[in-house]
Design a protein around this ligand. Structure first.
Ligand SMILES: NC(=O)c1ccc[n+]([C@@H]2O[C@H](COP(=O)([O-])OP(=O)(O)OC[C@H]3O[C@@H](n4cnc5c(N)ncnc54)[C@H](OP(=O)(O)O)[C@@H]3O)[C@@H](O)[C@H]2O)c1
Length: 248
């Protein structure tokens, strides 16, 4: 099977393509560094030629209000190019609970992306994952100032990218489900404690201070981003990932 992967050089995309290849399929990275821009449509029709499946695992440049414009343009071009290429299955990787936190602009944009795909009339599947283990160090850097990481105690249930890709491959190679499936990691933590786990294992001189006002996740009031009852649970614990995969 030939699969076009918008975002195919990212954390998820690169592993997805490697996994597809290992199973005898062809994964094509549709990214700006290969001359494809999903927000303008440049190179997308050519890139999707012959692809039975189109997967979108791209990320916008910023997590602010501009993310909606990115998703609107990306969805229009993906559907247009995929229809022209005769693509029979469109897959989006989204985020658990995104529709429950519209006050977070990036998550509101992901909820819009899901709805737009579901309403488009094309055969589709959505896999939603919780925050990646690999994303936690990035979140820590966002709110680091003068050696102090300020983070709220927002509950998260992170999952390893390897576990995301294992399930995403099944979704990509399976029939369109016209449904959203949820995936989470095995344990939930307060975000500030996740940062403490990182620095306990890999001290770099920074300290963590709990600050319920700090960063993007301060706007999440409760357990909206943790596993819903129907979620598949990925096996890799945060500490096992910290031990085995650092630096990512
Ligand atoms: N981070 C999390 O914790 C998390 C949790 C759940 C779901 N997700 C979702 O998982 C997906 C993958 O995330 P990730 O962390 O693997 O992303 P990532 O590592 O940031 O990779 C982003 C990819 O998007 C490509 N890209 C960016 N702008 C593009 C454009 N205009 N046209 C074409 N390609 C473009 C990049 O390549 P170029 O720069 O070369 O274009 C890169 O391959 C995202 O959709 C995200 O919403 C993330």
């Amino acid at each position: 099977m030939k699969v076009g992967v918008i975002g195919g050089t990212g954390r998820v995309g690169a592993r997805l393509i490697a996994h597809l290849r290992a199973e005898g399929h062809q994964g094509v990275a549709l990214v700006r560094s290969a001359g494809v821009d999903v927000t303008t449509g440049e190179g997308l029709r050519e890139g999707l030629a012959g692809c039975e499946v189109c997967v979108n695992v791209s990320t916008p440049p910023a997590f602010d209000g501009s993310a909606l414009d990115f998703q609107e343009r990306a969805m229009a071009h993906m559907l247009d190019a995929g229809r022209a290429a005769g693509t029979g299955h469109f897959v989006v990787l989204s985020i658990v609970g995104c529709e429950e936190v519209p006050q977070v602009p990036y998550y509101a944009a992901k909820a819009w992306q899901e709805r737009a795909l579901a309403d488009s009339g094309v055969p589709w599947s959505v896999l939603r994952a919780t925050q990646f283990h690999e994303f936690v160090p990035e979140v820590m850097d966002w709110t680091t100032e003068r050696g102090v990481v300020r983070l709220p105690s927002t509950p998260l249930q992170p999952v390893a990218v390897a576990d995301v890709v294992n399930l995403l491959v099944e979704v990509v190679l399976g029939p369109p489900t016209r449904a959203r499936a949820n995936l989470a990691g095995p344990e939930s933590f307060a975000l500030d404690d996740l940062a403490r786990h990182v620095l306990a294992r890999h001290p770099d001189g920074r300290a963590v201070v709990t600050d319920e006002e700090a960063g993007l996740f301060a706007a999440v009031p409760g357990r909206e981003l943790t596993a819903p009852r129907d979620a598949t649970i990925g096996p890799t614990t945060f500490d096992a990932w910290l031990r085995d995969s650092w630096p990512a």
